[in-house]
Design a protein. Structure first.
Length: 107
């Protein structure tokens, strides 16, 4: 199992829509997340509209599972709803969510 922490920002004018979408996520999207070996997935928001996502990946090929998720038609529809709400922090060229480096963990 590998833990992931990611950050992105929500556009201020889209905060309420983003929260509403995630209050009732589509069951097909949740099923796809689980089918792609992601568990214990949470998203938190700071007051400055920065999102922090945490999840655990339990598969053997993260890139292949993420490609499979990206190819899923319902996930693509979901992202058409959520992506316009977000803006990259621009920390790495071409990235959307920024993957953070884990520097501490305690079980």
């Amino acid at each position: 199992m590998k833990r992931y922490g990611q950050v992105i920002r929500v556009k201020p004018e889209m905060v309420e829509k983003y929260i509403e979408l995630h209050a009732n996520p589509w069951p097909e999207v949740i099923a796809q997340i689980k089918a792609c070996n992601i568990q214990n997935y949470s998203i938190f928001m700071l007051e400055n509209h920065t999102l922090f996502a945490y999840f655990e990946y339990i598969g053997n090929d993260f890139e292949a599972d993420m490609k499979r998720m990206a190819a899923d038609p319902m996930t693509q529809k979901w992202w058409k709803e959520t992506d316009p709400c977000q803006e990259s922090l621009g920390l790495e060229p071409g990235e959307w969510w920024h993957n953070m480096r884990e520097v501490f963990h305690c079980d």
